[in-house]
Design a binder for this molecule. Structure first.
Ligand code: ADP
Ligand code: ADP
Length: 227
């Protein structure tokens, strides 16, 4: 089953002579439980693509279906709720809220929509991420690797259809990078959690089921690593 369908997606930034054609007519599908790596040179459009898949920007033309919902056909409020429910976003620089504790950062997507926190489920995630002793800490009291684990918890708390990660290990040393990728791959394999990761790291890309290469805004290559 295709959890994600991308149809003829294009994105133009700016107007007139400042126009940038960041994405040009991109189409591909992703199956539930698949791990897809997106690679390509700097400025080729990878982050733009991930933002469009995540519902945090809007395409110039084309469609994105997440679990059969035409995401950009939703109104703004509906889209915000849909995104919090179905998309888990992980960034290079974590994007945690500095005045909220680890527990509050992880449960934020639930609280914003007025949902109760399932204590058992929260503790399961926290345990898997090794953050039991850190629940009441603030982000600046954690190492980089720990902060990224908090952002993984926040991304997973809603059991989203898709996890999208933009250079999730780009700010970490090799030991922490491996730990973070091992966790993402573990959730992908054990819980059939669909995972799409932008990376510059070939070792990370080669862990994926498929590698999609973006060049100059276009889909240049699709390589199947694990059929
Ligand atoms: P990558 O993630 O592969 O480095 P990006 O998606 O960030 O590429 O950028 C693709 C192109 O779009 C680049 O030429 C970049 O300068 C341009 N771009 C990205 N974001 C914006 C923006 N908000 N306004 C104008 N141009 C942008
Ligand atoms: P890492 O090996 O992950 O880079 P660090 O060497 O940065 O970790 O930190 C080691 C330990 O000290 C970690 O458990 C972290 O939680 C804790 N720590 C790091 N920075 C702070 C801080 N500013 N306040 C409190 N504890 C911290």
């Amino acid at each position: 089953m295709d959890i994600l369908k991308v149809e003829n997606l294009s994105k133009v930034y700016g107007k007139g002579e400042n126009q940038v054609h960041a994405l040009k007519d991109i189409s591909f599908n992703v199956k539930k439980g698949e791990f897809v790596a997106i690679i390509g040179p700097s400025g080729s459009g990878k982050s733009t693509l991930l933002h469009l898949l995540g519902g945090v920007d809007s395409p110039s033309t084309g469609k994105v279906y997440v679990d059969q919902t035409d995401m950009y056909a939703l109104g703004e409020t509906q889209l915000a709720v849909f995104r919090r429910r179905q998309i888990g976003l992980i960034y290079q620089f974590y994007n945690l809220i500095p005045v909220l504790t680890v527990e509050e950062n992880i449960t934020l997507p639930l609280l914003l929509d007025g949902h109760k926190v399932n204590r058992q489920e929260l503790m399961d995630i926290v345990h898997t991420l090794g953050l039991e002793e850190r629940l009441s800490h603030l982000p600046n009291q954690l190492s980089g690797g720990q902060q990224q684990r908090v952002s993984i918890g926040r991304a997973l708390i809603n059991h989203p259809a898709i996890i999208l990660a933009d250079e999730p290990t780009g700010n970490l040393d090799s030991k922490n990078s491996k730990e973070i990728m091992d966790m993402l791959v573990m959730f992908n394999k054990r819980f059939n959690q669909t995972l799409i990761v932008i990376t510059h790291d070939e070792r990370i890309a080669l862990q994926a089921d498929r590698i999609i290469t973006i060049e100059d805004g276009s889909l240049a290559k699709v390589e199947v690593i694990r059929p």
